[in-house]
Design a protein around this ligand. Structure first.
Ligand code: ADP
Ligand code: MG
Length: 664
């Protein structure tokens, strides 16, 4: 079923005004777009009233055979009494305009109100149910059937004025005519689908819709002569669209000191009243409830007047037209309807969803950063009055977490931060890759001449051995050879950084490796006074990698950590080895050293970047580590706080062959 009200997702601007307004919690937001859960909707139309974007549409009330009936002189219009507020400047012309459109008769729905009023008076006298709830407002009936089914027995089993008028007309004119109801109400459209009016009323239009049909037919209502409604004429039923109209028509008391009879209008008061009745707090015998502030505030009223001016218009119309009613004819019409069945039935069509338990609610609240009472702003931006109410709706799967504005802002902030970090990492990886290319090119070029230098230097060295008094020369040549060797090392490191080295894979225990490195480092003078802690949280610390290269990475990390703690009062080196998954392991090396300045973050893995004194740092340790870890398809990252310390994390696949299959 298409439903009486439908959402237009492309027009929705996510203000959530409709959610705030919807008494049935029938609006579901999916991926930020509001849609209507039709089986929950009570068709009250409050969402239409608040949607400034026109993102809620009323399904047109035109049934297929409406136009045919109109053109063949078979259509009869029943007009709700609030028409006077809708056509406030020319309501006297409405009957003629509708007849000009093609309706053969234009009849006041208020006559239906006259018909049912005595039934209310009777029900009040005889019913054992307390309180009786009026059933003239279809939105109220829908709400009770779906959300207060325990009150279904309280609903008066009497048709609405529209239904009563239609049954009367149908009894006069038979099955061939097409009855169209015209009013301010969207819920009336749902009423003809159920409530025993199926086949009695054929179409339902709002005032706005019929105005469009009139103007589309080229009829200018201002140019039409005034004219009366067709018979049967209505009497006091004309007051129905005003609060208390039913009581007046049924000649029931409207005294404010009268506790037995209560009139309630408007959404929030209606909901409050139904709640009170459900909790047995109300002693009244009869409650007249209207979901809107009188039918003159219905969503299809289409009037530029405010509430009070509309009310005045109705009073003006009632007073004027009552004078013209021939009471005798009216009484005859009423008498002729004595055998009409004006009863109806209501059903329990429960749509309530289970309220999530406390544990689930707390979990939902926590997931939107609202663990404590202090975090719960109850700002209402989501469309719900409190964070708790919102969480309940999320738990009922009728709302999504992203509707919470503070949560969304936090999430956006996080997404922005992570995007920025990723961007920086990408930028730095790109930079390192191009440095790597350059370094590899230079290294290859230098490697050959270096080899030649070393070869000839060793030849010279051997020739010098044969000479007498050659000690000085020999020392000079050995300087050449040492320096060339140093260059060769640098070149090899650069090739490692450029990931152009080769991997000699072995399986080994990474925990044992770290323990061995520490054993070698501890006796060194620069390692004195450092408190070392090594932790393992893995049942399987065996990895497949290039043992020598990984050893170099870990050694570089530990040396840097020790150097960073040179001037620290507390010197703690902690190495934690733990599983990330069955496939990945991480080694975190943290220190309580000087930390890294933010501006240096981007340079840490750049070859030759060092903050150490000349001769102390080469700036290659981290570049080499980066290259080696990348060759292993792993990750190396760090976190640091200046003055507190740094933590470098190396992530490795336990089986490098697996990493290849995952990566390639
Ligand atoms: P080097 O140690 O020769 O300076 P590295 O490549 O090993 O070169 O390190 C580069 C730079 O990174 C260091 O000079 C230092 O500024 C910074 N660094 C690396 N590790 C740490 C650490 N644990 N604490 C503080 N700074 C560090
Ligand atoms: Mg270093």
């Amino acid at each position: 079923m298409n439903g009486i009200i439908t959402a237009q997702p492309d027009l929705c601007k996510r203000c959530y005004g409709c959610i705030r307004e919807c008494p049935a919690k029938a609006i579901l937001v999916v991926n930020g777009q509001a849609s209507i859960v039709q089986e929950r909707c009570i068709a009250c139309g409050h969402c239409i009233k608040v949607c400034t974007q026109g993102a809620k549409k009323i399904t047109p009330g035109i049934s297929d055979d409406f136009e045919k009936a109109l053109n063949s002189g078979l259509a009869i219009a029943i007009v709700a009494p609030s028409f006077a507020a809708s056509w406030h400047s020319n309501y006297g012309k409405v009957p003629s305009a509708l007849r000009k459109l093609g309706f053969i008769k234009v009849i006041e729905a208020a006559f239906g109100a006259d018909l049912i009023s005595p039934l209310y008076a009777k029900e009040l006298e005889t019913s054992e149910v307390k309180p009786i709830i009026s059933s003239s407002c279809p939105a109220v009936c829908n709400y009770i059937q779906k959300y207060r089914p325990e009150l279904v027995p309280n609903l008066a089993k009497i048709v609405s004025p529209m239904g009563a008028a239609a049954r009367y007309i149908r009894s006069l004119y038979g099955d061939t005519i097409h009855i169209a109801f015209i009013g301010p109400c969207t819920a009336k459209k749902s009423e003809i689908l159920n409530g025993g009016l199926n086949g009695i009323i054929n179409s339902v239009f709002t005032f706005k819709e019929i105005k469009n049909i009139i103007s589309d037919a080229g009829i200018n209502i201002d140019e039409v002569e005034e004219g009366p409604f067709d018979e049967p004429h209505a009497y006091m039923g004309k007051t129905y669209p005003l609060a208390g109209g039913l009581l007046k028509t049924a000649e029931l008391s409207g005294d404010i000191l009268e506790k037995e009879i209560i009139v309630v209008e408007g959404k929030s008061k209606t909901l409050m009243m139904l709640d009170e009745i459900a909790h047995n707090q109300i002693n009244a015998k009869f409650v007249d409830v209207l979901f809107c502030e009188g039918c003159i505030s219905g969503p299809g009223i289409d009037s530029s007047l405010n509430y009070y001016s509309r009310r005045e218009k109705i009073i003006e119309y009632v007073k004027d037209s009552l004078n013209e009613v021939d009471k005798k004819v009216w009484q005859t019409d009423m008498y002729n309807s004595r055998d009409l069945d004006l009863t109806t039935e209501f059903r329990n069509t429960d749509q309530r969803r289970q309220i999530p338990d406390e544990e689930t609610l707390e979990r939902i609240l926590k997931s939107i950063n609202k663990s404590s009472e202090g975090d719960r702003l109850n700002c209402g931006a989501c469309g719900y009055f409190t964070c708790r109410e919102f969480a309940i709706t999320v738990g009922k799967e009728l709302a999504e977490k992203e509707m919470c504005l503070p949560y969304l802002i936090d999430e956006l902030q996080n997404a922005y931060e992570s995007l920025r970090t990723t961007q920086e990492q990408l930028h730095s990886a790109e930079k390192l890759a191009s440095i790597g290319q350059l370094a590899a090119g230079i290294a290859h070029e230098i490697n050959n001449p270096l080899g030649t230098i070393m070869l000839y230097a060793s030849l010279i060295s051997r020739q010098i051995d044969k000479l007498e008094n050659s000690a000085g020369c020999k020392d000079d040549v050995s300087v050449i050879m040492n320096e060339a060797h140093r260059c060769k090392n640098i070149v090899a490191n650069l090739l490692n950084f450029a990931r152009q080295g080769k991997l000699a894979l072995n399986s080994f225990d990474i925990f044992n490796m770290v323990a061995d490195i520490l054993k070698k480092l501890k006796p060194q003078p620069f390692f004195q006074n450092i408190k070392v802690e090594l932790n393992l949280d893995s049942d399987d610390p065996i990895i497949e990698a290039d043992k020598e290269q990984i050893e170099q990475v870990l050694l570089n990390l530990m040396m840097n950590a020790a150097e960073a703690m040179e001037n620290s009062i507390e010197k703690n080196l902690e190495i934690n080895i733990s599983d990330i998954s069955s496939e990945k392991i991480k080694i975190v090396v943290s220190d309580t050293g000087c930390g890294i300045e933010k501006e240096n973050y981007k340079n840490i893995f750049t070859p030759f970047f060092t903050t150490k004194k000349i001769g102390k740092g080469t700036g290659l340790g981290m570049a080499i580590a980066y290259g080696i870890i990348k060759m292993h398809h792993g990750e190396i990252t760090f976190e640091s706080t200046v003055g507190k310390g740094s933590a470098f994390t190396v992530t490795l696949y336990k089986h490098i062959s697996l990493s290849n299959s995952l990566i390639n």
